[in-house]
Design a binder for this molecule. Structure first.
Ligand SMILES: [Zn+2]
Length: 470
């Protein structure tokens, strides 16, 4: 070996030692980063578990409101968002009667394959989370075998649902839920131990273009008016009864209004003059063209917003994606509401669901208008990944006193899963921002308190209610 060869070997040994030290240092640094990241995430996530959550949107049913069924695992799926993914995967629609008449094995044969195809969706994983929190379910997926045990526990709990609801409600971490009873919108009685009343104003809008020719449709606003002794022969009569409904809801401590009309029409509400609406209302509804029917409805929503300002009630509005299978997606595009935000600066508009898939429009509207708030309700369930990205964008754009969270579910198990999912998503985004030096831990924890509790109390004026009743 000559000197040059020895020198080269030494050099290469030195450089290989240096290279290994460098690799080890990088690995140590990466491990350190991930420990820090996970510990920050854990701290934020644990903090979220100690918040007494005010859930700004729910559709909680008592089981008997679905019908006289013996509730088991598949009934809970049928009442959940996941049913739509199972149908989307190709399974035949859920028939509630079959849930009672078929065995669990027969139901697995019928739905198991499609259920398995949904294992990647957010509807699926948020649904699993509810059982992990409330039933000690530890698997990642449902299987033919593990469903049997779960179903037995569900059946036992649903024999005394009110007791089970009370236990699960507190175990999930709730203090209060806003209840939108779209399936019985004139009901103002509810259990104030758990729920605050939401005044669903859909029937006031849709009823204005569906005046009965004779008789009244069961469940319609006209039947309700009949029951309460109101005669409706003109738009003025109709508005008088609508004002009565406002007062009745306020007497029952309604916290806000809710518009979910995107399920049946566009969210673009033109400003129609009273005289024009009155003349159209006088026409038989069956003779109204679709454009005329829309005009009366548009007038009604403007009228409702003015009442909401007068009675100081925020207005929750469904925007974006529509639950179920098959509808007109662009009905709910958030930007269609822009004219209302400009015209009514004193009203408080609360846009739901991040307007998915138009989350950027929601962020822009929440940023541009003082009177526009953002409720991330249901967004994590539709797409966890989109919720993470959208929240990053929204935190960039919108001050954090303008965010709320809601569950949006029919039964307590799914609502619990929804809350777990919501906390996971918010904590992940905040931990990420702390990691990147964009937020301090202290502010991140404050944002958690604000989204899951404090903002709702402030904007919906719940201080007195919480002080008095809890
Ligand atoms: Zn809803």
């Amino acid at each position: 070996m000559n000197n040059i060869t020895i020198l080269t070997m030494k050099k290469s040994r030195i450089s290989s030692v240096n290279m290994w030290s460098f690799v080890i240092m990088i690995l140590l640094f990466m491990t350190q980063c991930s420990i820090n990241e996970s510990s920050i995430y854990r701290k934020i996530r644990d903090h979220a578990d100690h918040v007494k959550v005010i859930n700004a949107h729910e559709h909680q049913h008592w089981p008997e409101e679905y019908g006289d069924y013996k509730f088991r695992f598949y009934h809970l799926i049928a009442a959940s968002y996941l049913a739509a993914d199972i149908s989307s995967a190709g399974a035949n629609g859920y028939d509630w009667k079959l849930m009672d008449s078929l065995s669990l094995d027969e139901l697995w044969d019928r739905y198991g394959k499609a259920l398995d195809y949904t294992r990647s969706t957010s509807y699926y994983s948020q649904f699993v989370k509810g059982f992990q929190k409330l039933y000690g379910f530890s698997d990642l997926y449902f299987t033919k075998d593990n469903i049997a045990k779960l179903s037995t526990s569900i059946e036992k709990n649903y024999k005394n649902y009110k007791q089970w609801f009370n236990e699960a409600f507190h175990r999930a971490g709730y203090e209060l839920m806003f209840l939108d009873q779209y399936w019985k919108p004139f009901n103002t009685g509810l259990d104030s131990k758990y729920f605050a009343l939401v005044f669903n104003i859909n029937p006031l809008i849709s009823g204005s273009s569906r005046k009965p020719w004779k008789g009244t449709e069961p469940g319609s606003i006209y039947e309700e008016a009949d029951n309460e002794g109101y005669r409706i022969n003109s738009l003025d009569d109709y508005l008088k009864f609508c004002d009565h409904l406002f007062k009745k809801n306020i007497e029952n401590k309604a916290v806000c209004l809710k518009n979910s009309q995107a399920y049946s029409r566009t969210l673009f509400y033109e400003d129609v003059p009273y005289a024009e609406a009155r003349a159209l209302y006088d026409k038989p509804s069956s003779r109204l063209t679709p454009a005329e029917a829309k005009k009366i409805e548009d007038f009604m929503f403007h009228w409702i917003i003015r009442k909401a300002i007068k009675y100081d009630l925020p207005i929750q509005i469904h925007t974006g994606y529509l639950a179920g299978n098959g509808n007109v997606l662009d009905n709910g595009q958030p930007i269609k509401l822009n004219n209302l935000f400009l015209k009514y600066p004193e009203a408080k508009f609360d846009l739901f669901h991040g307007g998915f898939p138009w989350t950027d429009e929601s962020a822009a509207l929440g940023k541009m208008f003082r009177n526009v708030y953002l409720d991330i309700v249901w967004l994590p369930q539709i797409s966890r990944e989109k919720a993470v990205n959208a929240l990053e964008e929204m935190f960039d754009c919108v001050p954090y006193n303008k965010f709320f969270w809601g569950g949006d579910c029919g039964l307590i198990e799914e609502s619990t899963g929804s809350l777990e999912y919501g906390k996971d998503v918010v904590s992940e985004v905040l931990a990420n921002r702390v990691e990147r030096g964009l937020l301090t831990e202290e502010v991140a924890l404050d944002i958690v308190d604000r989204i899951f509790r404090e903002n709702v109390i402030e904007v919906f004026k719940l201080e007195e209610r919480l002080g008095r009743e809890f």
